[in-house]
Ligand binder design. Sequence first.
Ligand SMILES: *[C@@H]1O[C@H](CO)[C@@H](O)[C@H](O)[C@H]1NC(C)=O
Ligand SMILES: *[C@@H]1O[C@H](CO)[C@@H](O)[C@H](O)[C@H]1NC(C)=O
Length: 350
Amino acid sequence: MRNIYCLLSLLFIFPLKIHSAIDPEEPLAKLWRPVRRSIATLKSSFNEIKNLAYQIRPQDLSLFIDIRNNQIEVRYRNKRGNNVEFFAAIGKFNPIFVKANSSSTNCAPTSAPARNKRQSQILKRRNINSLLLCGDGIFNVDSNRGCSLGFYASDKSDENLNFIVTAGHCFDWTIENNPQLFYSRPWNENTGKRIGLMPKNPSNIYDYGLINITDNKGIITPSIRNTDHQYSELIIEGGRVLSSIGVHICKSGRTSHVNCAYVIGFGGIHVDTRSNILEDFIVADNSGIFDCKGDSGGPTYSYLEDLQKVTLNGIISGSIDTLSHIVPLDIILKEAGLDLIKVNSLIVNR
Ligand SMILES: *[C@@H]1O[C@H](CO)[C@@H](O)[C@H](O)[C@H]1NC(C)=O
Ligand SMILES: *[C@@H]1O[C@H](CO)[C@@H](O)[C@H](O)[C@H]1NC(C)=O
């Protein structure tokens, strides 16, 4: 009995010993792994960098915590203007500075795989071109610029008030017009119909905007356009809060249509060319060309087990070469007091 007891305690002690043989803080650990900074340390450094961004107002760069590499990344385009002072001020937090390549990306949509031809012919008969799906194009007539439709939503306290959610910068702040008028611009078409008006978004830290379609409810379609592929319409079953690094997400947008990427960070910040600071982005790896000009506002989603059904998790804001910025769905719904219109909530009178 005693012998067995001894054996057992050996078994328990032995693995512990192995584990503690290489202390992560020991010099030996440095040989095969960089010194780890705790998430709490990274977060507090990140907050201080953020405060400095508000004080110094750099331009045209992104900041996020790269959990995989245990560092704060600054992705910038140039070292001009206030960027000089900003970079010097944040140096003490040891971020990694990465210069963005001025990209000449190929933003043409990927073509449909040949094996799905028969299926797409069947689906074509349903004539989805007459619908305005999430991911379809929308066009700001006042500023003459295109974006993509994110999703349909209704006011939390009055479900008869309906909106299209898209990126906030689809409202042109450089012109006086308020509200601004939007028309539809379906994929591969150059004309469309009147959709509704977008007033200037009161939130200037989250990149979303609302087009009021209360007088145009007939267009509401809680599906995502995916015309190039097997299922031309992806059904929105609901929304989801993303919280894990490495998750696979996809997007639909007018310019580059449907493609997918991996989540590499949360809480990212983007400072635009006019030093406006936008916060709380999900950051995705855009090396597979996740978004292009005109895809702004398009929905991001994850497939469910049934590949024709998806859950929504945000909208595309933009990118700085290989970093894509996504506005989280939960932030938009909470900030704007909205409910997502999904497949089962379609009780609108048409
Ligand atoms: C920019 O391009 C160079 C050369 O192609 C490449 O090595 C580098 O990783 C790129 N930088 C980024 C941030 O993608
Ligand atoms: C949206 O439009 C409706 C109908 O024109 C109007 O009653 C409502 O006040 C508008 N809501 C917002 C938030 O603009």
